[in-house]
Ligand binder design. Structure first.
Ligand code: NAD
Length: 256
């Protein structure tokens, strides 16, 4: 028995990183999964490997959302869940951030989450779930990621409002707030095919040893387990909440 037997879930940005691990875990727990991304080759190959369906979905495009939801329903006959995972990060101080760059981040992280909720709201079966991927920076500030932090704060607002609006159908909406997680986003060197992944993770663990109480960077598989908890019946009485998964980073500062 899997924790998601019989459920149909769309996961955005699922071609790699946290979304990929969510797709793998959800399949292993019995869900039918729609892998959605703009990285078509990677997404298609993952979907083939795990027995999922791939759809090209740019989360900022409403027509892509309609097509993705239609594909999920045509292929599997129903829709029970959405993980809004797709996101982008840009580094700049606010003073140096061009408006175009700010809007690009808003389009993917904030508009993408809004369109996801809007597109599935009437299509989800009663008792369905939405898990939005916010961030540690959805709850606190971090210099040089102003556009990103603004959108992740917005994701928490969308999460709370959606939870209130969809509760009467038993649809639960929660958010994950990861700290630093070992994916291409926090470690772009991962995209280099010649790079040694284990070596890079070790180097990152070294960097985060001092910053994070648990002394290492998080793993995408750990975030996937939180997404599973929020999508399955184990979290049946939880809605509208942000869940921090950050190795204790947000707990406070230590002077010893
Ligand atoms: P990642 O860069 O490996 O994955 C992001 C995925 O989103 C990629 O597959 C990418 O192709 C996809 N994507 C980007 N723009 C898209 C668009 N317009 N439409 C559809 N898909 C698109 O990074 P990740 O760490 O796996 O990121 C997953 C989520 O976790 C993001 O929302 C990110 O903001 C959040 N997050 C990451 C960290 C971290 O340290 N890695 C920390 C906190 C929150």
């Amino acid at each position: 028995m899997g924790k998601l037997d019989g459920r149909v879930v769309i996961i955005t940005g699922a071609a790699r990183g946290q979304g990929e691990q969510e797709a793998r875990l959800f399949r292993a727990e019995g869900a039918a999964v729609v892998v959605a991304d703009v990285l078509d080759d990677q997404g298609e190959s993952l979907a083939k490997e795990i027995g999922a369906t791939y759809v090209h979905l740019d989360v900022g495009e409403e027509a892509d959302w309609q097509a993705a939801v239609a594909a999920a329903k045509e292929t599997y006959g129903r829709l029970d869940g959405l993980v809004n995972n797709a996101g982008i990060l840009r580094f700049n101080t606010l003073a140096d951030t061009p408006l175009d760059e700010f809007m690009q981040v808003v389009r993917v992280n904030q508009v993408g989450c809004f369109l996801g909720i809007k597109s599935v709201a009437t299509e989800l079966a009663d008792g369905g779930t939405i898990v939005n991927t916010a961030s540690y920076t959805g709850l606190t500030g971090m210099a040089a990621v102003g556009a990103y932090a603004a959108t992740k704060h917005a994701v928490l607002g969308l999460t709370r409002v959606a939870a209130l609006e969809l509760a009467d159908r038993g649809i639960r909406v929660n958010a994950m707030c990861p700290g630093a997680i070992d994916t291409a986003m926090s470690n772009p060197a991962q995209l280099d095919p010649n790079a040694d992944a284990a070596e890079m993770t070790e180097a990152l663990d070294g960097l985060y040893r001092k910053l994070v109480p648990l002394g290492r960077i998080g793993r995408p598989e750990e975030v996937a387990r939180l997404a599973l908890f929020l999508t399955c019946a184990d979290s049946s009485y939880i809605t509208g909440q942000p869940f921090v998964i950050d190795g204790g980073w947000l707990a406070g500062v230590s002077v010893v």
